[in-house]
Design a protein around this ligand. Structure first.
Ligand code: PMP
Length: 450
């Protein structure tokens, strides 16, 4: 039995009405990646306002490792709602808040004493991490990378790459942010081997600590172990290991932003586990609480205690409902059976995508990612990034009942963010739809005048 069930065209009339109201009432700055309005959802199945059921591979942009509305998370929220909706952790303590901090201290990589602070969003957590490392080190400079995404608030935006989409018109940006090249093996200069390119990138990183900013001025290097918005590009292990070494050598804090790649997305609880190293600070968000707004910074206790009392906080941070949801979601994700299913999902999805690449080698330039965190990079006839074809593929897939979203500095990747316990039949159905979308787009390309 298929999951996708379409009763009207996509979008249907009710979706169109709600979307028109949104366009009239809501500021246009918040992008709308699909024209559907959703009524309810479970697992990977989303039912829209017209009664159409679609497969969701956007997963709340990576916030739904456990899928939509898992029973245990919903039950935990319901039970908590009967007891305490809000207190403000600045005013008083409540057990779920403490339990989430303890849980994160236990599960975050690194064999050292840890502390945690909770926040409402990934961007807010990134900003808190910057405050923490500056207070601890007494230094100001922050190193980030091309292709990075760290959020939309002003300091986080200064750290985010991809100018046109995210930053246009919003300056001035915060100072003391240094952006270095990120090794994208697929887009390496023609003629260079992967290894030579990687060595050159490492030398560039070392050179930047002479030419751009002195390591004694650097509070932290902030990096996504797998770039998310940048197009699901895993950091090459030698590069991440060199960052770890340089941070240790120069007293710079290594901060891993795992807002998108953490909590099982790569098949391990945290992506850094693939690399066998521990960052000093770990930033988490998105899937931490099954879709409830929560984020965190967890790390070495002495660094976390850098800011003075009163230096961190916020009215809603660690809201009781979000904490109850997080405790339930984290328990689901860290179960060995869940993570081994996530790895199996990755293998099946990758095999399917590589099959599609064989059929459409002129369109899918690369299938890449880590574990089940997978994307395809879409190229034009000349091998260059092709954002238009990418948009056509996601549109055609949506018309057939599969929700996907794009990524990449050039908006030319389709990324896949299914629930990590999705069944084989749903993966296969999604791949079938993607194949049909590619066929439609390839046909249109062939017919287009040269
Ligand atoms: N860091 C990373 C790596 C992200 O992917 C995101 C969100 N896409 C953020 C930070 C910002 O998170 P939020 O949208 O919750 O502010």
């Amino acid at each position: 039995m298929s999951t996708i069930e379409l009763l009207t065209e996509i979008p249907g009339p009710r979706s169109r009405t709600i979307v028109a109201r949104r366009q009239a009432a809501g500021a246009r700055g918040v992008p709308m990646l699909t024209p559907i309005a959703v009524a309810h959802a479970r697992g990977c199945a989303v039912t829209d306002a017209d009664g159409n059921t679609l497969i969701d591979f956007a997963g709340g942009i990576g916030a739904l490792a456990v899928g939509h509305c898992p029973e245990a998370v919903v039950a935990a929220i319901r039970a908590q709602a009967d007891e305490l909706l809000h207190m403000c952790s600045i005013v008083a303590s409540y057990e779920p808040f403490v339990a989430v901090c303890e849980r994160l201290n236990t599960i975050a990589p690194g064999d050292f004493a840890k502390k945690t602070t909770l926040l409402n969003s990934g961007a807010e957590a990134v900003e808190a991490a910057v405050k923490i490392v500056r207070a601890y080190t007494g230094r100001q400079a922050i190193i980030v990378f091309e292709g990075a995404y760290h959020g939309r608030t002003n300091l986080a935006l200064a750290m985010t790459s991809k100018y046109g989409m995210f930053k246009h018109g919003f300056g001035p940006f915060a100072p003391e942010i240094y952006r270095l090249p990120f090794p994208d093996l697929f887009r390496r200069p023609v003629g260079l081997s992967e290894d030579d390119y990687l060595q050159a990138c490492i030398r560039q990183l070392e050179h930047a600590l002479v030419a751009q900013v002195s390591p004694e001025a650097v509070a932290a290097i902030v990096i996504e172990p797998v770039q998310g918005e940048g197009g699901f590009i895993p950091t090459p292990p030698a590069f991440l290991r060199r960052i770890r070494e340089l941070c240790t050598e120069h007293g710079m804090v290594m901060v891993a932003d795992e807002v998108q790649c953490g909590f099982g997305r790569t098949g391990k609880l945290f992506a850094v586990e693939h690399y066998g190293l521990a960052p000093d600070l770990l930033i988490t968000g998105k899937s931490i609480a099954g879709g409830m707004p929560l984020a965190a910074v967890t790390g070495r206790a002495e660094i976390m205690d850098g800011p003075h009392p009163g230096g961190l906080g916020g009215t809603y941070i660690g809201n009781p409902l979000a904490c109850a949801a997080a405790l339930a979601a984290i328990d689901i994700i860290r179960a060995p059976a869940f993570l081994s299913r996530a790895e199996a999902v990755g293998r099946r999805l990758r095999a399917g995508l590589e099959g599609l690449q064989l059929n459409y080698p002129g369109i899918i330039g690369e299938v890449r990612g880590l574990g089940p965190m997978l994307a395809i990079e879409i190229v034009g006839a000349d091998g260059r990034p092709d954002p238009d074809t990418t948009g056509a593929i996601t549109t055609e897939a949506l018309r057939r009942g599969l929700i996907t979203i794009r990524a990449g500095l050039n908006v030319n990747c389709v990324r896949f963010l299914p629930p990590l316990d999705i069944g084989d039949a749903d993966i296969d159905e999604a791949l079938e739809v993607l194949g049909a979308a590619l066929q439609a787009v390839a046909g249109a390309r062939a017919e287009a005048p040269a």
